[in-house]
Design a protein around this ligand. Structure first.
Ligand code: AMP
Ligand code: ZN
Length: 462
């Protein structure tokens, strides 16, 4: 197995710490709002990684944490607390916000057929572990105290910024207006923030320093090492984490343990929309449930993710999603009708030549676009339908498209999907009359729409 290691900026042979076992830590979601397709892109990529290791015979211990402590909006430890922001927005407590969006994240995993990780620890359940690591960092002389917290002194770590090829001089020059004048270096970051004296925070804890809450980066150092050990195999995250979050995790682990924690650091590139990072202003901030409401099958999104390489990212559009859904339904349509005379064990055999090719491609830093090309090569091959299906189902252990359950082996015509999208818009505008007209039109064309709280299904009238 070869994987691209951000530490060395090259593809390397994967050498596990323990034979046939792999420990993987993936930075998890911040549970203050609905996960969008960009977030879920990352978790599909890491699901493919864990499935690949399982397919190759490894025991996989993978951890995805839940960031439920409200770290501050900006990476510079300033600005509003994300969880408090969610709490104000919805009139719920921060604890209720955390629970609500953790559940939503779990529903997203299910919709996308992402296997539940081995462990899913919450930051708020690991405050003591975070305090213990900060104490170690402090004892080793890497911290200083300001009026609002305990900070990591990045000038004490000679290799700070090496991981992300950061030019610290440039950063210093670039930061003409330093938000926190008490910080010794612009790149220093909070390990523990003090609660304001004049205000009670919804989330705060006693500590050896003062009542407060942990900085963002320390939770990942605490939870990864608690479950996987002080050194483990792989740490993953989005490429946005390279310059700050992971750079700081690496600094923390050197200060606490004297070494880096993960041997391999893997990063996924981003989903873009009209060429830009998806955001409120550029658009494209869909959730999986938005796509479902438009009549798309979440598995079409998974197929679309597979068609991109995790280090290249993906341009998202509803048109591309339609193309992915068509391809997926074509694959599902291959399912042979059960043939009792062939249904004995061993009757459907996986083609070993294609299986070898498949293993080569997944082992080459998860070359999923090439794997999909191979799937279509199998489809077009002169194998029997049963052999094709058996071979593709074997690949599906990694693809995770859940092809065998073939939830939907009918194809909804685009005309119907478009009519339904218009109907949803009318419903959102509370224009029920027009919405109902469109529903009737869809019915007259032979399809039924079923609305429930947060989704809508279309199916043919039998
Ligand atoms: P967050 O909930 O903001 O902490 O993000 C969860 C994960 O989603 C992180 O690993 C991010 O790097 C990743 N992520 C956020 N936006 C995108 C995007 N547009 N494309 C791919 N990954 C993303
Ligand atoms: Zn993290």
């Amino acid at each position: 197995m070869k994987i691209y290691n951000t530490l060395t900026r090259q593809k390397e042979d994967f050498k596990p710490i323990k034979e046939n076992e792999v420990g993987i830590y993936s930075c998890g979601p911040t549970v203050y709002s609905s996960p969008h397709i960009g977030n879920m892109y990352a978790y599909v990529c890491w699901d493919v990684l864990t499935r690949t290791f399982k397919y190759l015979g490894y025991k996989v211990n993978n951890v995805i944490n839940i960031t439920d402590v409200g770290h501050l909006i900006s990476d510079a430890d300033s600005g509003e607390d994300k969880m408090e922001k969610g709490s104000k927005r919805e009139g719920l407590t921060v604890w209720e916000i955390a629970k609500k969006y953790e559940n939503e994240f779990l529903e997203n995993l299910k919709e996308l057929n992402i296997e539940l990780p081995w462990k899913m620890p919450r930051a708020t359940d690991h405050i003591q572990e975070q305090i213990e690591i900060i104490k170690k960092i402090e004892a080793n002389g890497f911290t200083y105290r300001t009026s609002d917290g305990i900070y990591f002194d990045t000038s004490k770590f000679a290799d700070y910024g090496k991981f992300a090829n950061l030019n610290l001089e440039k950063i210093r020059e670039g930061m003409r207006v330093e938000v926190n004048e008490e910080k010794k270096n612009p790149s220093d970051f909070a390990l523990w923030k003090f609660s304001p004296t004049n205000e009670k925070r919804q989330m705060e804890w006693e500590s050896p320093w003062r009542m407060g809450f942990p900085g963002w980066h320390i939770e990942c150092t605490a939870m990864s090492t608690k479950y996987l050990g002080e050194t483990f195999d792989i740490h993953t995250g989005g490429e946005d984490h390279i310059s700050v979050h992971h750079t700081n995790e690496i600094a923390q682990s050197f200060a606490a343990f004297g070494h880096n924690t993960a041997h391999y650091w893997m990063h996924n590139a981003f989903i873009t929309f009209k060429g830009e990072k998806i955001s409120k202003s550029s658009g494209g901030l869909y959730t999986i449930f938005d796509l479902k409401e438009m009549g798309f099958d979440p598995m079409a999104f998974r197929y679309m993710v597979l068609s991109s390489h995790y280090r290249k990212g993906m341009e998202f559009s509803l048109e591309n999603l339609k193309v992915a859904e068509r391809a997926l339904n074509k694959l599902r349509g291959l399912k042979p009708t059960p043939n009792p005379s062939l249904d004995r064990a061993g009757s459907y055999s996986v083609n070993l030549e294609y299986k070898n090719e498949f293993e080569e491609k997944i082992s080459d830093d998860l070359a999923m676009p090439e794997v999909l090309a191979l799937v279509w090569k199998v489809v077009k091959s002169d194998l029997t339908l049963e052999e094709k299906w058996a071979t593709i189902l074997d690949f599906d252990k990694v693809l995770g498209l859940d092809l065998d359950s073939a939830k939907q082996n009918f194809i909804i015509p685009e005309e119907i999907i478009e009519l339904n999208n218009k109907r949803i818009v009318f419903r959102k505008e509370k224009n029920y009359e027009e919405a109902d007209e469109l529903r009737k039109k869809i019915n007259s064309l032979g399809y039924l729409v079923e609305d429930s709280e947060n989704q809508c299904k279309i199916r043919p009238i039998k």
